[in-house]
Design a protein around this ligand. Structure first.
Ligand code: NDP
Ligand code: OAA
Length: 439
């Protein structure tokens, strides 16, 4: 993690960084007498927080030797004296690691997370931000903006370019960074290039993340990137790997509401099946509007099949044409929604979409891929796949096409997932498939 000096205190601290923890602290105290009375909070690992009193009993030693928390987050104090924290009954801080942290999606998401809107108003957050040589400076800028936002719940920010450090003790890993597809690139090229990133990050998560870490892959092609990360992290529960299809669900809810002439909060039970690509299947068959079947409320099967479905499949591309960039704010909102769906109980009778491992799934989808399905959660971070949805011929055929696409993608990256692979059938003209932003 980077130790970046932003003020006199930090400069003194940075200069002392190669000495012992004790002498570093002495140097900081000398530079800032107010610290003389301060005790440790900033880099205390999660286990150090006693649930009842929020008392911190360890020093920053371990983290300090790897790199310091950013800027103001270096300032140590005793959380047991934090009246606001105590009276609000705050929980133990959690480590949320984010890759592509200097990118445009993160620029929206990080501030939502730090505000308490995502994990709850009683959940202190430690943000670990992963960048690269390319984005080092930009990442500092992001950390500066987080400092300047004065979020009470944001208790520490660490920035760095080494996933082994940034993913340390992560309870959530939001993997957003990925190379965008460039002109003339085959999807298989993108799979290969980004696949390498997710091998490295999967291995790092395996080594240093909390064993119950929940991983949400956003960087495209997100389903297969999630598969690669999952296969490279055998110490983590496969069920805890997700690829983001919540944006597609939100897009589908909006279009159904628009057609029905109702506000979108009346639309429920919307599933996105399959890949976050143009083969995805927005399920209008099981969707509801005001508790009634959407198909009956809308009463226009031709529209649902021939307009609604392709509109959702290609919404990303339509947005890029208008805005000149891919969805960022709405993607960040949907990541927040996806997390909230796992940390709060799903409303009775409803479900949400997330792409998860197909191992043991109740719909007969091929195993060994990451496929979007209807899920429910008790709010403890885990989920179950909702069984018993009606799969009519229309859905069956479309779901099959997305399943075949993901199976081919998995074959293309078999050398990255430790499987004995088949040929990569995505290579060559006419066989290539598209991301939502590529049409
Ligand atoms: N699943 C979904 O619903 C959606 C997914 N997406 C995907 O999310 C990802 C991030 O989008 P967004 O934040 O808008 O993108 P940005 O271009 O703003 O940021 C992407 C980040 O990826 C990192 N990156 C990793 N490897 C490379 C590379 N080889 N070349 C360039 N950048 C790289 C960069 O960070 P660094 O230099 O720090 O590594 C960069 O900051 C994309 O893959 C996009 O397709 C977007 C919208 C919806
Ligand atoms: O293709 C992209 O980068 C954008 C994308 O996934 C989407 O908007 O759904």
């Amino acid at each position: 993690m980077a130790a970046i000096a932003t003020n006199a205190t930090a400069l003194v601290f940075a200069a002392a960084a190669k000495t012992s923890t004790t002498s570093r602290r002495a140097a900081r105290v000398a530079a800032s007498p107010a610290l003389a009375n301060a005790r440790v909070f900033a880099a205390a690992p999660r286990a150090a927080f006693a649930k009842s009193s929020l008392r911190v009993s360890v020093t920053t030693r371990a983290a300090a030797e790897e790199g310091e928390p950013y800027g103001v987050f270096k300032l140590n104090y005793d959380i047991s004296n934090d009246v606001a924290a105590k009276s609000a009954g705050w929980k133990t801080p959690i480590v949320v690691a984010v890759s592509g942290a200097a990118g445009q999606i993160s620029n929206h998401l990080l501030f939502k997370i730090a505000s308490g809107e995502v994990y709850g108003a009683d959940q202190p957050i430690i943000l670990n931000l992963l960048g690269s040589e390319r984005s080092k400076e930009a990442l500092e800028g992001v950390a500066m903006e987080l400092e300047d936002s004065l979020y009470p719940l944001l208790r520490q920010v660490n920035i760095g370019i080494d996933p082994l450090k940034i993913f340390k003790d992560a309870e959530w890993a939001l993997l957003i960074g990925a190379k965008p597809r460039g002109p003339g690139m085959e999807r298989s090229d993108l799979l290969e290039m980004n696949g390498q990133i997710f091998v490295e990050q999967g291995k790092a998560l395996n080594e240093v993340a909390n064993k119950t870490c929940k991983v949400c892959v956003v960087g495209n092609p997100c389903n297969t990137n999630a598969l690669i990360a999952m296969e490279n992290a055998p110490n983590l529960d496969r069920k805890n790997f997700h690829a983001l299809t919540r944006l597609d669900e939100n897009r589908a809810k909006c279009q159904l509401a628009l057609k029905a002439g109702v506000f979108y909060d009346t639309v429920s039970n919307v599933t996105i099946w399959g890949n976050h690509s143009t083969t995805q299947v927005p399920d209008f068959v099981n969707a509801k509007i005001d508790g009634k079947k959407a198909v009956e409320v809308i009463g226009d099967d031709a529209w649902l099949e021939e307009e609604f479905t392709p509109t959702i499949q290609t919404r990303g591309g339509a947005l890029i044409k208008k805005w000149g960039r891919s969805s960022a704010a709405s993607t960040a909102v949907s990541i927040a929604d996806a997390i909230k769906s796992l940390v709060t109980p799903t409303p009775e009778g409803d479900w949400f979409s997330t792409a998860v491992s197909t191992d043991g799934n109740p719909y007969g989808i091929a195993e060994g891929i990451v496929f979007s399905m209807p899920c429910r959660s008790k709010g403890d971070g885990s989920y179950e796949i909702v069984e018993g949805l009606e799969i009519n011929d229309w859905l069956r055929e479309k779901i099959k096409a997305s399943e075949e696409e993901l199976t081919k993608e998995a074959d293309c990256v078999s050398h990255l997932t430790g499987k004995l692979g088949g040929a990569c059938e995505l290579q060559g003209a006419g066989t290539d498939t598209m991301l939502p932003g590529e049409n």
